[in-house]
Design a protein around this ligand. Structure first.
Ligand SMILES: [Zn+2]
Ligand SMILES: [Zn+2]
Length: 121
């Protein structure tokens, strides 16, 4: 076969552009895999952190434990709908207090300071 046939085939297959494209594709694939690995590591770290942290003391009324008094009543201010449109969607609100009667969320662990035991013997 004459040499110019090879040239012809080369251009038929997309020439240099095709080669560059193949290279770019390989790089992109490798980059995507690296991102994937980083994402997995990040998620693992988050799971470990979440396991070590006590749950947020948030009540069933969506308000924080700090918004509830000792009797358990919630004092967070909320918007109370006073008017609805024909689709039962509230259109007007007035200020009100949350009607929650008792905090039902997770109790935070009491943080008691304990002195280190000293050896008296
Ligand atoms: Zn509540
Ligand atoms: Zn509340």
């Amino acid at each position: 076969m004459a040499w110019y046939w090879w040239l012809f085939i080369f251009f038929l297959m997309g020439g240099f552009g095709g080669l560059a494209n193949a290279g770019r594709q390989a790089l992109a694939t490798r980059h995507a895999r690296q991102l994937e690995r980083a994402e997995v590591l990040r998620r693992e770290r988050q799971a470990i952190e979440a396991a070590n942290r006590p749950p947020e003391p948030v009540c069933g009324c969506t308000h924080h434990l700090a918004k509830h008094d000792k009797a358990g009543k919630c004092h967070e201010e909320v918007e109370k709908p006073t008017a609805w449109d024909e689709n039962k969607k509230p259109v007007r609100f007035e200020a009100g207090t949350c009607t929650c009667q008792q905090y039902v969320g997770p109790q935070p662990l009491s943080q008691v300071y304990a002195d280190e035991l000293t050896d008296l013997a």
